[in-house]
Design a protein around this ligand. Sequence first.
Ligand SMILES: O=C(O)CCC(=O)C(=O)O
Ligand SMILES: [Fe+2]
Length: 213
Amino acid sequence: MHIRAQRLNKEKKKKIEGVTHNPLQWGPFAPKIFGVFPMIAVNFNTISDYHWDEHDNPNCLCILIALGNFDGGELCFPQLKIIIPLRPNQIVAFSSRLLLHGNLPVKRGIRHSIVYFVHSSFFHNLRDFTKVYSDFENGIERNAKGKIILKPVARQNLKDARNFYQPIKLTKAKLKQIRIPPVSTDCRRKYINLRKTRKGLKAEEEDLISDTE
Ligand SMILES: O=C(O)CCC(=O)C(=O)O
Ligand SMILES: [Fe+2]
């Protein structure tokens, strides 16, 4: 992986130098050019348990932005014994593959997060890119190893939208998709009243709203 990254680095360096005519100095801590985020995920009110993102590239940073109006949901790194009280609109960068991480439960409101990451397959793509355009012309699709997996692919005629509009019938939401669990089973914080949390009320304080509401 390291050798591959170095080779990539050299190629990119050559390209950039060719364009700017300004030789770049690479420090020892920059094994490859950084700045590509081919993947993005949006967590909609999801509080993650401790995990490593095993498909993220170990040699890349993951960028995480917390959004919403909430209390709690702190980002924790148990191996480092660090808790980051990430506030709405704040951003943090870390190696999501190498560092165990997760959130403490939200105490009030709704918390979303946007995660930009680099999927490890990005650097393991053995595809012969010289064939990309001819494959496209011939309607051929290949997997990452260059093996043809689909041919030819039915493509949409962009000049003719007559048969394109297919109304989608929404199915009824399943009960488990809309039901708010009455109690939190997450024990990383003391008892959290989810009903109050989602109403924007402080979950750990007593108030007049009954739990059975
Ligand atoms: O929302 C967060 O703070 C963590 C999100 C995360 O770790 C993930 O989506 O993999
Ligand atoms: Fe993660």
